[in-house]
Write a new protein. Structure first.
Length: 181
């Protein structure tokens, strides 16, 4: 790497640590990249913000890979296939499961609270609804955010001592999306 590491370089290094199942240590990351901690924080924000960016990027990569593998005519059925496959893929991601086990409070805060992960997922699902011609009495973004929140509550129920209930999530999301005009 020539010159000072860019924000993308920082995110890439943090992503590599996440994918190895390691926690993202801001001091170690700064040292690895030859940055002061102050510069690192100016570039990417605090630990939660950096983790949010890493998880939002991971969400988008996972979503794009899932969507690319789904064929079918635009409509409700194709939309639900994407949603179902995405959720099934997410709950099997080893780094995400490790994060949820190692630091459930941080996991819940970054994944389930308003922030970059929710924003990115909502954007992706808004585009999915629009591409599949699903129209509602409310903005597509509001429906997409509801899809994300429903998915989160069913996918991450293990944080509360249960198991992911993906079939229930798909049924509830299907009921919501069936209101499309």
């Amino acid at each position: 790497m020539t010159g000072s590491p860019s924000t993308d370089d920082v995110v890439r290094a943090a992503t590599e640590a996440y994918l190895r199942g390691e926690s993202i240590d801001m001091s170690a990351l700064a040292a690895e990249l030859g940055l002061s901690r102050a510069t690192l924080y100016r570039r990417v924000g605090n630990h939660e913000q950096l983790l949010g960016r890493v998880l939002a990027d991971s969400t988008e990569r996972t979503y794009r890979a899932v969507e690319a593998g789904v064929t079918g005519p635009p409509g409700l059925a194709t939309t639900l296939v994407v949603v179902e496959r995405f959720m099934h893929t997410v709950v099997t991601l080893t780094p995400l499961r490790q994060l949820a086990t190692q630091d459930p409070a941080l996991f819940a805060k970054v994944i389930m609270a308003p922030g970059e992960v929710e924003t990115r997922a909502t954007q992706l699902f808004t585009e999915l609804l629009e591409r599949n011609g699903l129209r509602f009495d409310v903005p597509a973004a509001a429906v997409a955010q509801a899809v994300v929140r429903i998915g989160d509550s069913f996918m991450y129920s293990q944080l509360l001592g249960g198991e992911p209930r993906l079939d229930d999530a798909v049924q509830v999301i299907g009921l919501l999306l069936a209101t499309a005009k």
